[in-house]
Design a protein. Structure first.
Length: 130
């Protein structure tokens, strides 16, 4: 029997009207260095070699709608980002260009939009990490 090939998640890629602009937002938010920069593609990642985020310019990009509606582009995914202080993390993200969503479904999570309109969540871990 042939062994299963190895699969390793290398990155999550976000489309945007301007890959460089969105990469700079997440680079400042997460503190990760640039790993690769091309005209329509940017990669950022932690220095320890863990998977990072990639950004590609998509000229036909449509901002996702959250909460979802039937008639608009739905959010296909979102990033969950653990922080150690929720209120200061939200303040920092907003200073970098994020906007808070009108709808906040949980008291211990804050949903924001990045500059391209992708929703992302900031949260403080309150239970066991396993």
């Amino acid at each position: 029997m042939k062994p299963q090939p190895r699969f390793t998640l290398a990155a999550t890629t976000l489309d945007a009207p301007d890959a460089h602009e969105l990469a700079q937002f997440y680079q400042r938010l997460l503190g990760w260095p640039m790993r690769k920069v091309e005209p329509d593609w940017v990669e950022i990642a932690p220095s320890d070699g863990s998977p990072g985020l990639s950004f590609q310019t998509e000229p036909l990009f449509s901002r996702p709608r959250w909460p979802s509606t039937r008639s608009e582009q739905q959010m296909m995914m979102h990033l969950d980002i653990e922080v150690n202080d929720l209120s200061s993390a939200v303040e920092h993200a907003r200073a970098l260009g994020a906007t808070a969503t009108d709808f906040q479904p949980q008291d211990d999570v804050r949903v924001l939009f990045d500059p391209a309109g992708h929703p992302f969540c900031l949260f403080v871990r309150t239970g066991p990490s396993d």
